[in-house]
Design a protein around this ligand. Structure first.
Ligand code: SF4
Ligand code: MG
Length: 313
């Protein structure tokens, strides 16, 4: 609720603080158990910071986060550590977090030992089980990271998160580095694991076509703010915010007759250190008016639990 994360901007010889970047600027949302909440936006919109602050891997500036009824930022360090296995993060590039000299079985099993969730004798069996559920076999257990393809490495990343038997998985661009055909396989794996294990996902992506197949609710972020949030069907059928419409117009559709008019955005996302006044999207919005430059639009329910921040809606 009202989550904010500001980073100081430092400059000069004495690293004096000269300003701040509002990476996450007052965002509220709920993820229901068993659902997949998709967080979409260009790079630099604050998605990853939301993901990290949502599980207290990075400290927040303001607001609060409740996980299964527990106020995460009120927990003592030991209590937080106890809860850690329940919330796991999966990265875009699992390879960078794998030690090249550690066998995959040991890399996956080490978290179990760290959290004292299994004895050394039990670890191998549990690792085999989790590898199998991620589409790898016991043949892989004694191999090294460089022996795997990109898709297999992401399966290893998922296995490492799953070994702790989490409830919530934050997946930060987990398929962005993969070829399209491999992306589909990994997305199917996420779906299958959700059905069989009752997982809840916060799925972060810059690509709407990736979240379309997986997410029940989607939030669209722009420069640290959430500009639109709705169920997947509602968002894809009736997008309200010009930024969402622009993102959607770039998603290929199978039937040409349904093709949306292509909205091409001008320029790049502005620097979050110096965001535009009023509606932060006004410098790129094809519909911007005088009011948009002056007044910040309120994020409000436009009906059907469809939330949007735009003066023209
Ligand atoms: Fe565009 Fe104005 Fe709506 Fe912002 S408030 S999205 S600038 S029309
Ligand atoms: Mg990111």
């Amino acid at each position: 609720r009202h989550l904010k994360k500001y980073f100081p901007v430092k400059s000069g010889l004495f690293s004096r603080t000269v300003g701040q970047v509002k990476a996450v600027d007052d965002i509220s949302f709920t993820i229901r158990p068993g659902e997949t909440f998709g967080l979409v936006g260009e790079s630099g919109s604050g998605k990853s910071t939301v993901g990290r602050t949502a599980i207290r891997l990075t400290d927040k500036t303001a607001g609060d986060v409740h996980f299964k009824g527990v106020d995460l930022y009120q927990l003592s360090e030991p209590k937080l550590r106890q809860l850690r296995p329940r919330m796991q993060l999966i990265f875009q590039d699992p390879y960078s977090s794998l030690n090249p000299r550690v066998r995959i079985g040991d890399a996956i099993g080490e978290a179990l030992l760290d959290h004292e969730l299994a004895s050394p004798a039990e670890v191998r069996e549990q690792v085999q089980e989790v590898l199998a559920s991620c589409g790898l076999s016991s043949y892989h257990i004694d191999r090294f990271p460089h022996e795997f393809s990109g898709g297999q490495r992401q399966r290893i990343g998922i296995a490492r998160a799953l070994i702790l038997n989490p409830d919530l998985i934050i997946a930060d661009e987990p398929v962005s580095a993969l070829d399209v055909s491999i992306q589909a396989q990994i997305i199917n794996l996420f779906s299958h694991l959700q059905e069989t294990r009752g997982l809840t996902y916060l799925f972060i992506s810059h690509d709407l076509s990736v979240v379309e197949h997986l997410c029940s609710t989607i939030g669209v972020m722009y420069l640290g703010s959430m500009v639109e949030k709705a169920s997947r069907d509602e968002l894809f059928r009736h997008p309200l915010h010009p930024y969402t419409k622009a993102l959607l117009s770039a998603v290929p559709v199978p039937i040409p007759r349904l093709k949306r008019e292509r909205i091409v955005l001008k320029g790049d996302i502005p620097s979050p250190a110096n965001p535009p006044s009023g509606c932060k999207f006004h410098t790129r919005c094809p519909f911007a008016e005088q009011r948009c430059r002056e007044e910040v639009p309120v994020f409000r329910d436009a009906g059907n639990d469809h939330w949007v921040a735009c003066h023209l809606v």
